[in-house]
Design a protein around this ligand. Sequence first.
Ligand code: SF4
Length: 288
Amino acid sequence: MDILKKLKKRSIRVTDIASQYWCEKQMELRYLYGEKISKEEIKGKIIHEMLEKEVNVPLQLEPKTYADYVYKILYTNWVALNELRKNKKTRELQIFGFIEGFDVIGKIDELDIRNNKVSVLEDKTRFKDTVPNKEQLLSNKVQVIYYKKLLEDMKSGKYSNYTFRRAYNSANLKISEEFARELSVYNVNDETKEIKKIEEMFFSSIKSIPGISDAMYIRYRNQFTNKTIKLYKLDYKEEELNNINKFIFGYWKGEREALPVPENESWKCNMCIFFKNRCNVWSGKIQK
Ligand code: SF4
């Protein structure tokens, strides 16, 4: 079965992969029956935007067409990498990959240069000053492992502007005149307004960043006070990535159905909007 088609998607998000480690069935149901964004997620998004403005130059570009949208991502990424070079820190870098025949996309919250190495940091917001449980930590860990992998592939050229062009049909795209006028405000010259040019600039820039560190960070913040609750430092291991790939692609390749949580994790169902409506796997076992 073509799962991407079933979920009306064209690529896999890194957050989808992380969600597979929380409850794969819930991730699938979200696509099939609408993603409900909770108040906590909205608050988390606002904090992310505030943090991005602290570091990067806020770009008020409004894409009108698909080509404008592609351009904006590449240009914003290029600006973010310049920021990394200048201030040893940047936020909200969109990354791309091609793994096991699937296009994969993600957005890294923060990159920092420490000891001449670039490290990946993921911010998570919590509504209380408590540390996450091991299941939440695992799902967040999978996310940073994947960010590191995609970033590594882009830096090494394994994922290049040619791979990007194929994935996003960007070879013949042209930005709209209105969008080109907006870019002039940022002193973007006519040559740089070409998608091909900004693609080359971004991909060559990412190749020249310092080596990617095996140390990865997850920072939990209180969503009301913005205070850091805990910063976890994790080590990247190739073997862990291989195990993740074995598990997740079984689903995306249609080799198996989406898995519900096992019985010992059925407490997660109490927090799930699909419990006892779209999903009855554990409805006879637990009370909501
Ligand atoms: S009810 Fe439980 S098993 Fe079903 S989708 Fe939700 S979390 Fe997963």
